[in-house]
Design a protein around this ligand. Structure first.
Ligand SMILES: Cc1cc2nc3c(=O)[nH]c(=O)nc-3n(C[C@H](O)[C@H](O)[C@H](O)COP(=O)(O)OP(=O)(O)OC[C@H]3O[C@@H](n4cnc5c(N)ncnc54)[C@H](O)[C@@H]3O)c2cc1C
Length: 239
């Protein structure tokens, strides 16, 4: 499918969000990914001009695909793909393909569901949370979202609002390196999870992000005794 870049903004420190608008409807579920292929980009390298990204918007807005990504600091040290994405003019055409993935909301809304993520791993959960909010779905939901600082936290304001507006949503924001943050500050530990989830044995846990983070969270959950079939992961390979 061809799409045009229609919006691009910095949404947190070194974090770029881009929206591509389609002339047709995109068929996707909350949490799925797409491949964005740049056409005639200004920069080239051996890693090529295509990348997988989790879709951030809800399928209720299916003529758009919004993605977000971390930019290298300085941007000149990053990949040709990201330098190009950061510079191509609004209106530039890209190709969107390979929409898919099994990292989606469980059908069962009764079983408690917990998202654990950090940094850019938030992206598939934004699609899910926006969809749950817009459709007033009744999941028993918790989320642990780890970042270094408030300034580097993507979607912070929107998440704090969703934390108030989604029914049964227990949002735990953790800033590991922010003196002005009065909330939780520690890294992912079983103690932190158990503190907010007394019924953790009944939960399905979903985690996404760069492979090192997903592996770390999965290991913590396994060490707690969470069974493999209650841990669902999406690894952003390529980081
Ligand atoms: C299913 C799936 C979903 C994905 N979803 C997303 C998503 O929603 N958002 C997303 O951003 N990516 C996502 N990815 C990963 C994405 O496809 C890219 O592989 C990733 O963004 C890295 O891109 P890059 O190499 O172009 O970028 P760059 O970020 O420019 O990285 C170039 C290299 O520098 C390293 N690097 C980056 N920043 C720093 C730094 N500050 N200091 C030192 N080294 C650094 C990187 O590890 C990389 O090796 C997903 C991947 C998959 C498979």
């Amino acid at each position: 499918m061809l799409a045009k870049l229609t919006n691009r903004q910095i949404i947190a420190e070194n974090t770029l969000s881009a929206t591509f608008s389609l002339n047709e409807v995109a068929d996707f579920l909350p949490g799925q990914f797409a491949v964005i292929a740049l056409v005639n980009p200004p920069y080239h390298d051996e890693k090529g001009s295509e990348r997988y990204f989790s879709i951030n918007n809800s399928p209720n807005h299916n003529r758009d695909i919004t993605i977000s990504t971390r930019l290298h600091e300085p941007i000149e040290d990053g990949s040709a793909f990201k330098r190009s994405l950061n510079e191509i003019p609004l209106g530039t055409e890209v190709e969107i393909k390979n929409i898919g993935g099994s990292f989606t909301l469980p059908k069962n809304q009764i079983k408690p569901l917990t998202f654990i993520t950090g940094g850019i791993g938030i992206t598939p959960f934004m699609s899910m949370l926006r969809y749950i909010h817009e459709n007033d779905l009744d999941y028993a939901l918790s989320m642990f979202y780890f970042n270094r600082t408030q300034a580097s936290t993507a979607f912070l304001d929107e998440l704090q609002r969703l934390g108030q507006e989604i029914r049964n949503f227990n949002l735990v924001l953790i800033m590991t390196d922010d003196n002005s943050w009065t909330g939780e500050k520690e890294k992912v530990t079983s103690e932190l999870i158990k503190k907010y989830l007394p019924n953790w044995t009944d939960n399905t846990f979903m985690t996404s992000g760069p492979p090192a983070m997903v592996n770390g969270v999965s290991q913590t959950l396994k060490d707690m005794g969470v069974t493999r079939d209650n841990i669902v992961t999406e690894s952003f390979s390529g980081y």
